[in-house]
Design a protein around this ligand. Structure first.
Ligand SMILES: [Zn+2]
Length: 116
């Protein structure tokens, strides 16, 4: 697998960040050369929508405009309680750092156990 950067596009968030800045400066330069400029919510919303639509279009294959099932943001794996060493399969929101151990009932840090 070739991991060189020329085979990559920026992440959708980074692309949108760039488009937001481009759209903002385009809007700003139509009004002033100043960097600090008052903006109302309606104008800000137009800038955000333009960047959002450009991001949806560029990453059409990813379906970024679609809602995400809450269950798709969950992960599961075998874990081990850091206090009592009990192992269990935990289904949890991605990124969570503590779980209630089913054995000792403490809110514990846990370690992922590789499934062999
Ligand atoms: Zn425990």
């Amino acid at each position: 697998m070739d991991n060189s950067w020329e085979n990559h596009e920026p992440s959708p968030i980074e692309f949108m960040h760039g488009r937001l800045m481009d759209e903002f400066h385009k809007w700003r330069k139509e009004r002033t050369d100043e960097i600090i400029v008052p903006i109302d919510g309606s104008e800000f919303g137009k800038i955000v929508v333009a960047a959002k639509l450009a991001t949806y279009e560029k990453y059409k294959v990813l379906g970024l405009n679609k809602a995400v099932l809450k269950s798709d943001l969950w992960e599961s794996s075998k874990v081990k309680c850091d206090l009592c060493n009990r192992e269990w399969v935990a289904v949890r929101p991605e990124g969570i750092e503590r779980l209630e151990c089913p054995n000792c009932h403490n809110m514990v840090s846990f370690e992922n156990i590789n499934n062999e």
